[in-house]
Ligand binder design. Structure first.
Ligand SMILES: [Zn+2]
Length: 133
């Protein structure tokens, strides 16, 4: 344990800061692009109401593809139909959002690992400490 560095007052493993800097660089690059969109895009093919339409044939030739952007806001689902052009444009934004969440999760994992490695950490005991001693 000779390779410790010190962010703030917590002693962390040497790789901690290097990993955090790597994550921060990628986070910043994505944030600077301004291309971040939550939610997901689903491809949809549909049937219409006309009886003689190809979408009712066997095998059916469905309409579309259409793209639907879906996002959950406070337990409500918001949907928007996108054109093919919009779908192509915004897919990268959605991928960026997913990557941001991955990077954040890795940063949080670093923090959790630092806490677990903290020599001051009181390990959970199976039973409560004996108060008589
Ligand atoms: Zn149809």
């Amino acid at each position: 344990m000779g390779d410790l560095c010190q962010p703030g007052t917590v002693r962390v493993a040497a790789g901690h800061q290097a990993e955090a800097r790597k994550i921060a660089a990628e986070l910043a690059k994505i944030a600077r692009s301004g291309m971040v969109l939550p939610g997901s895009v689903t491809e949809r093919r549909t049937r219409c109401g006309r009886a003689n339409c190809g979408c009712r044939a066997d095998p059916p030739r469905l309409h579309g593809p259409y793209w639907q952007w879906t996002r959950k806001v406070a337990a409500k689902t918001i949907c928007r139909w996108l054109s093919k052009e919009q779908h192509d444009d915004y897919q990268a934004w959605i991928d960026n959002d997913r990557r941001l969440r991955e990077l954040l999760a890795r940063l949080e994992a670093l923090g959790a690992a630092a806490l677990e490695a903290d020599p001051r950490l009181r390990r959970q005991r199976r039973s409560p400490p004996d108060r008589a001693r």
